[in-house]
Design a protein around this ligand. Structure first.
Ligand code: NAD
Length: 292
């Protein structure tokens, strides 16, 4: 229980690992014995250009500390190339934290490509366990002014992660999502310097490492993390109101008249699966049937 968490011999593929959060994860995993694929396209802050410098620097840092790492300069759009680098270099893959700061189209193609690859029957045979960390954002969870594209992508990622967690379970694929707050190139234009200093990237990586450790059984969950604080999120649903009786129609006036009840979170339920959510709906069905 009190032994340090180690990742000896585990292969960790980290996208966007040439800077910010990804770099911190790469260093932290390597320090604890993992073999790291440092992926980074090395573009500029607006997403333009391409360079091997960012990934190479992190690989050099890891090697200088006695760790094991290899660089990959492909865009995360080419997910299968990233995975192939891990397989070619280390013969297998064990942990895949995904970090992306990209647009919606890129997200769907990127993640789906890797998803298809990971689920190929041949690929599954070489797997033992995979831990995937998706990086969402408070902008997606809560919405944020001026961030429509980013919010859409980031919350879409959560839906994807939730389903991957369910589908992956029988293959020992664990998938969780984090919404971090950290000072980085991404946030330096929107956060004041004192906040950038306070929300250090190293206050996010401990959660990522724990979620990727074989002792951790968490799956399909969402966490907010930043500045040394970590919290888990879940959905809450009001008791709601039944607005019709058997063989009766339903009106907008009934919605208006029951609005307070529909929106009242007293005794809220917390469905954790489609199954649990559906059960409550089925109860409504029988209540409507009985209540003539
Ligand atoms: P960052 O800009 O510091 O680092 C991102 C890295 O990704 C860069 O090194 C960049 O070169 C690389 N990159 C960009 N596009 C790439 C591509 N197509 N292929 C491969 N590499 C690519 O950003 P960060 O703050 O470390 O953010 C990492 C992730 O965390 C992003 O998904 C971001 O949306 C998410 N996030 C960060 C914060 C935060 O507060 N920093 C908040 C919410 C979400």
């Amino acid at each position: 229980m009190f032994a340090p968490l180690r990742f000896d011999g585990k292969v960790v593929l980290i996208t966007g690992a040439g800077g910010g959060l990804g770099r911190e994860y790469a260093l932290a995993f390597a320090e604890r014995g993992a073999f790291v694929v440092v992926n980074d396209l090395g573009g500029d802050i607006k997403g333009g250009g391409k360079s091997s410098t960012a990934a190479d620097k992190v690989v050099a840092e890891i090697k200088a500390k006695g760790g094991t790492a290899v660089a990959n300069y492909d865009s995360v759009e080419n997910g299968e190339k990233l995975v192939q680098t891990a397989l070619d270099t280390f013969g297998r893959i064990g942990i895949v934290p995904w970090l992306e700061a990209l647009g919606l189209l890129l997200y769907s193609s990127t993640i789906y490509d890797v998803y298809l690859f990971v689920f190929q029957p041949g690929f599954l045979r070489v797997l033992f366990q995979i831990w995937i960390i998706m990086t969402s954002s408070a902008a997606g969870i809560y919405g944020n002014f001026g961030q429509a594209n980013y919010s859409t992508a980031k919350l879409g990622l959560l839906g994807f992660s939730n389903t991957l967690a369910i589908e992956g379970q029988k293959y020992n694929i664990y998938c969780n999502t984090i919404a971090p707050t950290a000072g980085s190139r991404l946030t330096q234009t929107v956060m004041a310097q004192d906040l950038l200093d306070f929300f250090k990237v190293e206050y996010v990586s401990p959660l990522v490492l724990w979620l990727c450790h074989e002792q951790c059984e968490e799956n399909g969950s969402l966490f907010e993390v930043g500045g040394g604080w970590i919290a888990k999120l879940r959905w809450e649903r009001t008791q709601g109101a039944i607005l019709r009786h058997q063989n009766q129609s339903m009106s907008p006036e009934a919605v208006r008249d029951h609005w307070d009840k529909i929106c009242n979170f007293q005794n809220a339920t917390k469905p954790a699966s489609v199954h649990e959510a559906m059960n409550q709906l089925l109860e409504v069905l029988s209540a409507v049937d009985i209540d003539t």
